[in-house]
Design a protein around this ligand. Structure first.
Ligand SMILES: Nc1ncnc2c1ncn2[C@@H]1O[C@H](COP(=O)(O)OP(=O)(O)OP(=O)(O)O)[C@@H](O)[C@H]1O
Ligand SMILES: Cc1ncc(C[n+]2csc(CCOP(=O)(O)O)c2C)c(N)n1
Ligand SMILES: [Mg+2]
Length: 315
C-alpha cells in the first residue's frame, strides 16, 4: 500500500534526479523554477486505464514507459529537444507500492535516456489509474507544423503504421498466437519515441512539416494536410510483414488496416520532391507514403479509400 502522499514523494525522489541544468528550483516547493530556452515546445497527453491501457496485459513497467513515450512522441513531432516534464497521477486503492515503484522506475529509465528533469506534478486518489504528463523542450530553429505541405510534395512516414493496432487487437482478444506477433505487441506496449529522427528532420531545409500519428494515418493525414488538399497513396506502399500476416489470418485488407492504425507513434512528414533523397539518406526507417494533391481525400490509384481512424467520441 502507498501509506501517504509523502511516501509516494519519497519513491519519486529515490528514482528521479533532483537536479538538472534547466531546473533552478525543483520538486518540493509550490512551483518549480525553470531556466528555459527562448522558444519552448510544450505538449500534454493523458494515459488512462481502460481507455489507453489495461493492467491485464500492460506490466507496470510498460505503463510507466508508454505514458512518457507518447508525450516524447509529440515533442519528436515538433522536432524539439526534450528537457523536462511534470507528472500528474490518479492512484487507485487496488495498486500497491511495488506497482508504483516498477512503473516509476521504467519511466525514470526512459527519462534518463533523454536526460529529462521531472519538474513536479500532482497526486490524487481516484477510481482507476491515470497518468497525465506535460512535457517541454527546446524548439528547433524552424518550427515543424501541420498544414504546410503543398500539392506535389512528398509525404513520408518514419516508423510502422498499423503494428500497434494489430498488437492491441491481439492483446484484447487474448490471442493464443500472440508470440507470432512480437513487433505488433512490442509496438503497442513499448513504443520507441522517434525523438532523434524528429530533430534530424527539423534540420533538413526541404522538410515542410511533421506530426506524430496517434489516431491512425486515415485520421491524421487530413489534419496534417492543408484544407483543400488530399493524398495519393503510393501504389507500392508496403505494410509491415506482421501486419500483412495478421490481415491474411483474418481476411482484412492490409493497407486499410495500416492506414486506420491507431497509437502508431510514427512520424508523418512532408518534403519537397527534391528533398526526398536527403530525407531517405538521413533517416533509415523512412518510407514514402504518397504525394500531396489538390483533391481532398485519401486516394489509391484514383479510388477514394474513405477510411476513418480513431476518435474518443466515436464508438
Ligand atoms: N483540453 C484541451 N485544452 C486545450 N487545448 C487542447 C485540449 N485538448 C487538446 N488541445 C489542443 O488541440 C490540439 C489537438 O489536440 P490533439 O490531442 O489531437 O493533439 P495531439 O496531442 O498531437 O494528439 P494525441 O493526443 O493523440 O497525441 C493540440 O494543439 C492540443 O494542445
Ligand atoms: C483498452 C483500449 N481500448 C482502446 C484503445 C485504442 N485507443 C485508445 S486511445 C487511442 C488513440 C490515441 O490516444 P489519444 O488520442 O488520447 O492520444 C486509441 C487508438 C486502447 N489503446 N486500449
Ligand atoms: Mg501529436
Amino acid at each position: 500500500m502507498l501509506k501517504s502522499e509523502d511516501h509516494f514523494l519519497e519513491i519519486v525522489n529515490s528514482l528521479f534526479p533532483r537536479e538538472h541544468p534547466h531546473m533552478v528550483v525543483g520538486r518540493g516547493d509550490d512551483c518549480a523554477v525553470l531556466k528555459c530556452p527562448a522558444s519552448l515546445c510544450m505538449s500534454s497527453d493523458l494515459f488512462l486505464e481502460d481507455v489507453h491501457f489495461r493492467t491485464r496485459y500492460f506490466t507496470p513497467e510498460d505503463i510507466g514507459h508508454k505514458a512518457l513515450a507518447v508525450n516524447l512522441s509529440d515533442l519528436a513531432a515538433g522536432g524539439a529537444r526534450p528537457l523536462g516534464f511534470n507528472l500528474n497521477l490518479i492512484w487507485p486503492v487496488y495498486l500497491d507500492e511495488e506497482f508504483c515503484r516498477s512503473m516509476l522506475s521504467s519511466m525514470a529509465e526512459l527519462g534518463a535516456k533523454f536526460k529529462l528533469a521531472l519538474t513536479g506534478g500532482d497526486l490524487s486518489f481516484g477510481k482507476s489509474l491515470g497518468l497525465a504528463v506535460c512535457i517541454w523542450g527546446k524548439s528547433p530553429a524552424r518550427q515543424m507544423l501541420r498544414g504546410k505541405a503543398e500539392p506535389g510534395d512528398v509525404l513520408f512516414v518514419v516508423g510502422k503504421a498499423g503494428l500497434a493496432a494489430c498488437g492491441l487487437s491481439l492483446l484484447e482478444e487474448n490471442d493464443p498466437g500472440l508470440d507470432r506477433y512480437p513487433e505488433c505487441v512490442a509496438q503497442h506496449l513499448r513504443p520507441r519515441p522517434l525523438v532523434r529522427e524528429g530533430q534530424v528532420l527539423a534540420g533538413i531545409e526541404e522538410v515542410k512539416g511533421l506530426m506524430d500519428v496517434s489516431d491512425g494515418l486515415a485520421r491524421d493525414l487530413p489534419r496534417f494536410c492543408r484544407r483543400g488538399t488530399g493524398v495519393e497513396i503510393c501504389s507500392d506502399f508496403r505494410v509491415h510483414p506482421e501486419v500483412a500476416f495478421f490481415c491474411r489470418d483474418r481476411g482484412l485488407d492490409p493497407l486499410a488496416t495500416a492506414l486506420k492504425g491507431g497509437e502508431d507513434y510514427a512520424l508523418l512528414g512532408a518534403c519537397t520532391r527534391k528533398g526526398w533523397d536527403t530525407v531517405k539518406k538521413k533517416i533509415l526507417d523512412c518510407r514514402r507514403l504518397g504525394t500531396v494533391t489538390d483533391k481532398p481525400g485519401i486516394f489509391l490509384q484514383d479510388r477514394e479509400l474513405g477510411l476513418k481512424g480513431f476518435d474518443h467520441f466515436e464508438k
